[in-house]
Design a protein around this ligand. Sequence first.
Ligand code: CUA
Length: 355
Amino acid sequence: MLRRSLGLMVLLMLGLALAAEPGQAGGHTLYILDPDASAYNREVRGLLVWVMGFAALVFVVVTGALIYVTIRFRRTGKETAEPKQVHGNDRLEVVWTVIPTLIVLIIFGLSAQSMFRLDRPTPGAMVVEVRGWQFWWDFIYKDHGVRNSNELILPVGKPVRFEVTGGDGQNYDVIHSFRITSLVGARDAIPGVVTRIEVTPEKIGTYYGQCVELCGASHANMRFRVKVVSQEEFDRFIEGAKAYQAAPPKEPILVRGEELYKQQCAACHAIKGVSQGLSSNPDLTFFGNRTTVGAGMWPNVPEYLEPWIKNSPGMKPGVKMPAFTHLSDEDVKAIAAYLMSHKVDGLDFSNLEKY
Ligand code: CUA
């Protein structure tokens, strides 16, 4: 019995040690609290070290006492009577009440300190409005008047303030929660309310975002990518986006694509200079610069983009875009090609390191 419990304990600790190792996902390290990525990560990581330290201390003391008692008072076969029976010990009870209370107070103090530090607004931070919709994300660069959906492009080393909300103020949506998993903690996206969170990204690369509030059938499929790029590349994106005017298509497939886009897509989606669309649907102006389709779900390549256009509800449960199964494969190809032709030239985000 004793040997079996010890064996189980060793297995459990081994499992915990393995779980603590950074996991491999798709060939890159998934490191949620990478201290090099942001001060936010460092702060939360520091807190975690304290909490885990106390947890380890409690684990060692309790398990140690248990093992000691199990061995020290084990049955020897030489017992002649019941051992001495003990009830109550005031000193012991005070000790095991006071110590945990102190631990909780220390953790509370440290957490409160971190919260005040992280919530302090940074003067001059760039403001990005974040809108959560079923089941995608809209990003509006308020200081620049630029809108981009499902992919967020940020300059490295510059503080950014996210103003997070659900819907657009007129059209309400359900509650979502905005989180850039490997960069900054979560803020709820609540219709009619603006919540704020700030971060300064410190490392160039692609970060993963995810909705972290259960919001419907495709909650798990409500993702986005964050591209942290050099200031120079970010400026190029903003300048390009501001100056952007959709050029009239020349190639026959693009001419056909535009015609179909205007018939099938333009009432709902916006492309600067082509269609106004509605704010409750993703903006497609810089679609050709995106690396994913379906709000972070698939790589933005024809083998995913074309079936998405034709039948998105078949690929992602609960999407509001209807199926376009009446379109021929040729027509779908033309729309896909037309969408991909809309981009700021000279930007390529596909080679960023993944975090
Ligand atoms: Cu949006 Cu979960």
